[in-house]
Design a protein around this ligand. Sequence first.
Ligand code: IMP
Ligand code: MG
Length: 183
Amino acid sequence: MSTRVHPDVETVLLTQEDIQSIVTRLGAQISQDYVGKNPLIITVLRGAFVFTADLLRAVTVPCSVDFMAVSSYGDGVKSSGVVRIVKDLDTKVEGRHIIIAEDILDSGLTLSYLIGLLKARNPASVEIVAFAVKDIPGKSASVDPRYVGTHVPNEFIVGYGLDYAERYRNLPYVGILKPEVYS
Ligand code: IMP
Ligand code: MG
């Protein structure tokens, strides 16, 4: 399928076909690992909603989904690690096998805070599925996702749910945002 590339996008990193094969693989891995466990997939809003919607349909074992929204006090480009819950879960997580679905793992500060918070509610297990992990030279994220879709360079990435200032989430591909757009 040909998609016209948005003028603010410098390079397309993942096409719709690339995304589909990543999600299919992640869904198969999760389906294999969670037989009989009825996992609760938690979407971290807003970015991960697009990924989760596709991932759910690639998971073949019974599972449920719930949503959380957190806001990190950052400048829009970098996260600060100080996180506030904007929307909490409606599901009780005690004894449940949780899989947190994240759009992109950068410093991991947001997730490490979230994991601490969820573990305090005594789930049976907590794992992370990250659609993308940003490769930051000389730095490793403060969390270790069990399932990784792909690695992306240390640039600002948009599309497939990922935004800059709430824009570009609707792009069906993943691309690098032109630096002049946010600088
Ligand atoms: P972390 O706490 O540094 O891992 O940041 C994670 C969150 O920051 C992600 O869930 C995204 O919402 C956002 N984020 C980090 N890097 C990017 C990016 O390149 N594009 C869009 N959002 C990003
Ligand atoms: Mg996010």
